[in-house]
Design a protein around this ligand. Structure first.
Ligand SMILES: [Zn+2]
Length: 255
């Protein structure tokens, strides 16, 4: 067969003879088991509605030819926050999406929000990652992490988390834009906070507050099949447009 020239100047160009890498998305339904999360006035539990939305998102991702989903929990059980991140790293996820429903004292609060990790949350975690030799060597591809390499590891970890936050803000923006098409937004921009589940230094990670379960109208929507479908579709669309603009490179740096 005649192999067409590869369009090297256009990284997003179609490459029909090259196998595309499967993109792995870790879906993290918040709470679970003895932790119900927030509870709405009508009695809906956050852990249940976010699991339903997550199942819908998983089905849509698995239906994509170039994507597969992994769930940090696929039933009603509790998973510690750090274990959720470990599960995503074990499958070398390209993206981590945590799904929650918000709550506030006032029932008027409404709308969806999307969060990425904050710089401060990242730097407070960096020290702990570096203290754990296994994490650190894992992070830089198995290179020997002797004492003399501590400085190098520090620099690599900082570069990695800065890139992670940048990527997370981009995917967050894409997802927030899509959700804005089907529901009110609580905040028009991606917010940043030190959420523990967003702290994998090498996986773009976002946390979606899909709506306020403490708002009676939004509680009803969160339980509505059609709205859950719309939410899952919006999240998928945001993820796809992010990947289309930022195709992940090879997992193994060719150093
Ligand atoms: Zn939550």
């Amino acid at each position: 067969p005649v192999v067409p020239p590869v369009a090297r100047d256009n990284p997003t160009a179609e490459r029909p003879f090259k196998m595309r890498r499967l993109l792995t998305v870790a879906i993290d339904p918040g709470h679970g088991g003895e932790d119900p999360g927030a509870i709405g006035a009508a009695g809906s539990r956050e852990k249940d509605v976010v699991l339903q939305i997550a199942h819908r998102l998983r089905a849509k991702i698995d239906a994509q030819p170039n994507m597969r989903a992994m769930m940090t929990r696929d039933a009603d059980f509790f998973v510690p926050l750090n274990v959720r991140v470990q599960k995503a790293r074990r499958v070398q996820a390209d993206l981590f999406v945590s799904i929650h429903a918000d709550a506030f004292l006032s029932p008027e609060a409404r709308g969806a929000s999307v969060f990425a990790l904050s710089e401060r949350g990242a730097s407070s975690t960096a020290a702990r990652w570096l203290a754990n030799k296994e994490n650190a060597s894992d992070l830089i591809g198995g290179a020997n992490m002797g004492n003399k390499d501590a400085q190098v590891a520090r620099v690599l970890l900082d570069l990695s988390t800065t890139a992670q936050i940048n990527d997370s803000l981009q995917v967050g923006k894409a997802v927030l834009g899509e959700i804005g098409g089907i529901n009110k937004l609580h905040k028009a921009r991606v917010e940043q906070a030190g959420f523990a589940v967003l702290k994998a230094p090498d996986i773009p990670s976002i946390l979606i507050e899909t709506a306020f379960i403490s708002n009676p109208e939004e509680e009803r929507k969160l339980n509505d099949n059609a709205h859950q479908e719309q939410l899952a579709n919006a999240i998928l669309k945001g993820i796809r447009s992010y990947f289309a603009r930022n195709p992940p490179l090879s997992k193994n740096p060719s150093v």
